[in-house]
Write a protein that binds this ligand. Structure first.
Ligand code: ZN
Length: 255
């Protein structure tokens, strides 16, 4: 009569309790947990064990008392307890795993979002456009003069005024350019090529990478020039020069 009091049976370590569960009851418990079809040789019904599980696991009724209440054997009730505990543990583990996976996924998503934002910021910074001179003073526009195309804009500036790369790009020419005098050509990230002509000083070399606003040299009066100024040409995709005015306006630059 050592298992007539349910309190005693419930308080027992689970491994011990399991050892006392008869084979038939274990089979039933397994069938109740849903993995094996019902049909055990024992007389106890599935409903009785479900009832036992509810009494023992949910309401804390002792195994023996529960068994008596539903008129099943204590062994059968013990199997119900085992089954209920196992089911709950599995459920708790699944819930914990799901939570961990949700947290990990949220972390991965946040990291990816931050990386994308940082990349977008880097690209925006690298692709911004800046004026070649700080205070542009337009003195001559694009167009034909006495049958000859003036292929850029002239900005009056004292000799030695700093000139800046207009965006990220590569210096594709740096040196003497005939009528252009000392000239720097920069090919930007979008394929646009700028000419800075009549310079007094060149501070970059061919092949050098430049960032938006990077110092490349100084204005001057070299080549075919009638006074100190920057002659600026814009060659989209390296092709024929276009009027820089609408191009500058489109890129948010003053002239
Ligand atoms: Zn000019």
């Amino acid at each position: 009569m050592r298992r007539t009091t349910g309190k005693h049976a419930v308080a027992r370590p689970r491994t011990h309790a399991r050892a006392l569960v008869p084979v038939g009851a274990v089979a039933l418990a397994v069938s109740l947990s849903g993995s094996v079809a019902a049909g055990s040789a024992t007389a106890h019904s599935e409903g009785a064990q479900t009832q036992a599980m509810a009494l023992i696991a949910d309401r804390g009724v002792a195994v023996g008392a529960a068994a008596q209440q539903i008129a099943i054997t204590p062994d059968f009730a013990t199997a119900a307890v085992e089954s209920a505990i196992a089911t709950r543990e599995q459920g708790a583990m699944r819930a914990q795993r799901a939570t961990q996976e949700r947290v990990a996924l949220a972390k991965r998503k946040a990291a990816a979002k931050a990386a994308a934002a940082a990349k977008a910021k880097r690209i925006a910074a690298a692709h911004r456009w800046v004026s070649p001179v700080k205070h542009p003073n337009l003195t001559s526009s694009f167009g034909y003069r006495w049958g000859r195309l003036h292929a850029g804009l002239d900005f009056g500036a004292v000799v030695g005024t700093s000139l800046h790369a207009m965006s990220s790009g590569t210096v594709t020419k740096a040196g003497w350019g005939g009528g252009y005098g000392m000239k720097v050509e920069i090919t930007y990230w979008d394929g646009t090529v700028s000419y800075f002509a009549h310079m007094s000083q060149i501070n970059v070399a061919e092949g050098q990478k430049v960032a938006p606003g990077e110092f490349v040299g100084k204005t001057g009066n070299t080549g075919r020039s009638t006074g100190p100024h920057l002659h600026l040409e814009i060659h989209p995709k390296g092709g024929d020069p276009v009027d820089p005015k609408p191009w500058l306006a489109k890129h948010g630059l003053k002239f």
